[in-house]
Design a protein around this ligand. Sequence first.
Ligand SMILES: [Zn+2]
Ligand SMILES: [Zn+2]
Length: 333
Amino acid sequence: MFKGPGQAGILSVPEPSNTAGHLLLKVRRVGLCGSDLNSFRGQNPLVSYPRIPGHEIAATVVENFSKHSRLGIGTDVAVSPYTNCGECASCRRGRPNACQFNQTMGVQRDGALTEYIVVPPERLYPAKLSLEELCLVEPLTVGFHAVARGRVTADDIVAVLGCGGVGLGAIAAASSRGAKTISIDIDDDKLALARLSGGAHGIHSLRDPLHERLLELTDGRGPDVVIEAVGRPETFRAAVEEVAYTGRVVYIGYAKEPVTYETRRFVQKELDVLGSRNAQPEDFRAVIELLEARRFPVEEAVSLMVSLEEVPAAMGSWSDNPPQFKKIMVHLD
Ligand SMILES: [Zn+2]
Ligand SMILES: [Zn+2]
């Protein structure tokens, strides 16, 4: 449990009781990503304390109390951590991933870094995958959703700013749609992982001149689609500056400060500027298909595996040196 900024500890909590219509799951693996690190450090405005983290989840069905689910005891599943109200403008438009009143597990309400959780059947995804692969489904869906928002096709050249977990998902998704994908980061390890995920070209934007390299790789036009997965003012602006005329810009990064723009670029280039948030059920299914086809470097994507007891210490050392880990996975067996 994150008790407050910089404070993590192991506590005893009651077993979940509200099981009617739901499934009782034993949690097996939980992935921790940059947003959990922000929560731990007190830098996630959506999080209040105390909070049990955990939104990247692989679990096993222990009991099924739902009339609408045939999932048997012992089935391994990936879990969608989102909720939706069913009433807001997004929900009415069939886009519950952007529900105004969404409460993500581990963010606005307690998450899965605990022994048992109770989840309604529509948020469970069984698949022919290992526990580690099931645990990677949710983080990859976020990038997959951005690629869907950007309407990426095989005719597009797609540039992805930021090759963390979310950016990697976008690279894998764009590549699996047949697009030529350009990965951009300032970390050689992340660029190597991006290549393994399907990225055709990599640009180290501190060493290489970003603008010139992008023009070289796109016959002087700029990328058809730019996906921003960093959340910094420079990358927010670069997306609009570098994208081709009449291109599409998709923002996934959550900027912590206001960003100033040369807004005439929106008009001049007649851009589609799109936000992308969380993921839809079809994004979960698309990621599962990719993982079942073994087209993602699962082992390389996880930098550290720890037990539940080791999480507080691991969060502390991650916070002291953030580039040290890409993703920490917790095993609860
Ligand atoms: Zn995450
Ligand atoms: Zn809603």
